[in-house]
Design a protein around this ligand. Sequence first.
Ligand SMILES: O=c1ccn([C@@H]2O[C@H](COP(=O)(O)OP(=O)(O)O[C@H]3O[C@H](CO)[C@@H](O)[C@H](O)[C@H]3O)[C@@H](O)[C@H]2O)c(=O)[nH]1
Ligand SMILES: [Mn+2]
Length: 754
Amino acid sequence: MDPTSSSKTLLHSIKPMPFVILNRIFAVIYTIALLCLFYHHVTQLSKSTTSSSFLVSISMFIADLLLGFMWITCQAFRLRPVTRQVFPENLEKIIKTSDDGSVAEDFPAALDIFICTADPEKEPPINVVNTALSMLAYDYPPEKLSVYVSDDGGSELTLFAFMRAAKFGAHWLAFCRENKVMDRCPDVFFRSNNYHPIKSDQSQKIKIMYDNMRNRIQNATKSTKVEEYINESEHEAFSKWTDDFTRENHPAVIQVLLESNKDKDVTGHPMPNLVYVSREKRRTSPHHFKAGALNTLIRVSAIMTNAPIILTQDCDMFSNDPRTPYNVQCYFMDTSIQPTLAYIQFPQCFHGLNKNDIYSSEMKRWFIMNPRGMDGVLGPDNMGSGSFFMRRAFFGGPSSSSFIDPRMPQLSPLYHNVSKSTSIRSENILELADIVAGCDFEKQTKWGSEVGFRYGSLVEDYFTGYRLHSLGWKSIFCNPQRPAFLGDVPNSLFDVVNQHKRWCVGLLEVLFSKFSPLTFGMQTLGPIESLCYASYAFSPMWSFPITLYSFIPQLALLNNHWIFPKVSSIWFLVYVFLFLGSYIQDSLEFMLAQGTFARWWNEQRIWSIRGFTSYLFGSLEYLLKILNFSTHGFNVTNKVVDDEQSKRYHQGIFDFGPPSSFSSFMMFLPLATAAVVNFVAFFGSLMQIFKGSLSGDINFNVDGGFLQLFLCGFGVLNCLPVYEAMVMRNDKGRMPLLTTICSICLAWGLCLAT
Ligand SMILES: O=c1ccn([C@@H]2O[C@H](COP(=O)(O)OP(=O)(O)O[C@H]3O[C@H](CO)[C@@H](O)[C@H](O)[C@H]3O)[C@@H](O)[C@H]2O)c(=O)[nH]1
Ligand SMILES: [Mn+2]
């Protein structure tokens, strides 16, 4: 089935993005300007007379070298960006025209969906349930659909919530099918305007049922005592929760909540499988966070259903389009790409962003623009959520000679004969599932190193995608108009920077491993794709140039020391071109990708804030870890919405997080100090100019100091929300008072010391 053979049966198309030629020309000119800049730096260095001016020159040279290096890695995304489209309406035709009856029977392929949750406090069970319901209700043959929930929190509450969800699901699935509901996440549906037009008795009833379920789950969550909420027959399911059961130490719990062959919805239609899995945990065995959880699900699902396609999903990422699994068949059914296709990646999209996206949570560059760039090469990196994997890709390279046999035949992706007549509730299946969910199962095996999700990095998604590409697998980026999935965004800057800090640690783990993108990547992926991966892996390095550029020119300015070329010098133009060139190109690209100017502005602001927070502390944390001073874990992002916090978020007011915690004090100290230094340097110099022009005795040389003054002004503009949070606010989200005081002292010290 060649998708290009005839337009009638075209399943998907690929198109290069416009402006690629312009980008390339611009890249050449920019490179020349960079070389000029480096030449200028070298001459400046040789001219420096004092040790302090040498120190300043060399620091700025290093900053620019790093910026130049990062700029080069980023160009890789601009060389071959593509967009794609699918034509699911042609799938039927292809199935009908195929002579081989087996295609029709195998179509669409069975799908196992993995939803991970890890902490009932940070990830409220009712939200996880909503995510699962939105996928149980997919427009997909229910006998081919299975949802596996991994609960790393080992929480009775989560199991309880899913038992309720299974009951409610019998109504919800039928309701969605009959009313062709688009928003199949119940919570979204009942909030949306689409709910109101279906003002039938039926819709009122289902709303009441949903509210009942939600209230029961939320009450149970509040009381943390599940026993009071369950009936006799349900006690059995909770029997593993004995007194010594803790989150870090407990046996595997596997509960089949819905079984496709047996359980029917209220209209008698079969329902998908729904399985709750909490893998065994012991303090003596490393559990490898989410990657470990996913590998357990790969095995448990192999025993039960062994679908050839796997969808991995974070617990807050609900489905926004019931046709998604059907639509991706356009790629899976294309035999010209399928043999090397490891995964299809959907972008992470979010709901509830505030108007100008103050924390740049949309992450347009990471989640939409960059993946398009990689899609034209070997394919996008993996983003953890919204990825449809071929199960086979977890077992060695695409060629049959590089297939890694998991030894236990039931775990093999080639073993599709999971008997349809054996119940997944049968004793021998559950026993086997218990074994493969055990914490010792992976010992002395290739799980985590060559099989399944790869261990060794806190960004297991990025690392696994990267390793798959290096084995010869490809991936595809699928970005439909209507987002396929929508997730939550953190509502405070503290949560945002902490999330990035975790990513930063994970990226450094890859960068300094034997799989570093610049060495291993270059050999296995070729230059463009490996530069893309390198661009992420090196991103913590932004911290250096951002810090140097936020302190040195400012402190020098306060000392009337000019470090950039004069306005009247030809080198001035080089600086202006390099600065404006990259900022303007960046903003244009952002706006062409359906962004607004205000959102772009916030993006560049958050980028520089990350330089003082996530990147800085992430690098420190990584350093402490390799020196064996600390062990860090996967700090799950908080998904609970605090009303006050959410109100501030929607008003566009920065929230600096828990006011009295040591970690928020430390986290924002460098940022606050930089803000004060820029403020003092900018307004101090303006005062000098003002006084000078009054007295006629001009000692501030605008010709020499213009670029520094401009940089301070830019810094001040970017720091406006920081000043506001330091001195003008009284709410809980303000800058911690201690941080404000200490940052002023530190800034003062810095000014005195230079
Ligand atoms: O030990 C753990 C830790 C986390 N999770 C789950 O992993 C998912 C992602 O965690 P979250 O705290 O939401 O992290 P984010 O930073 O928002 O996640 C991004 O970054 C992660 C890598 O750091 C990827 O795994 C995610 O897919 C990607 O969305 C959630 O469903 C968690 O429940 C586990 O199952 N086990
Ligand atoms: Mn998340």
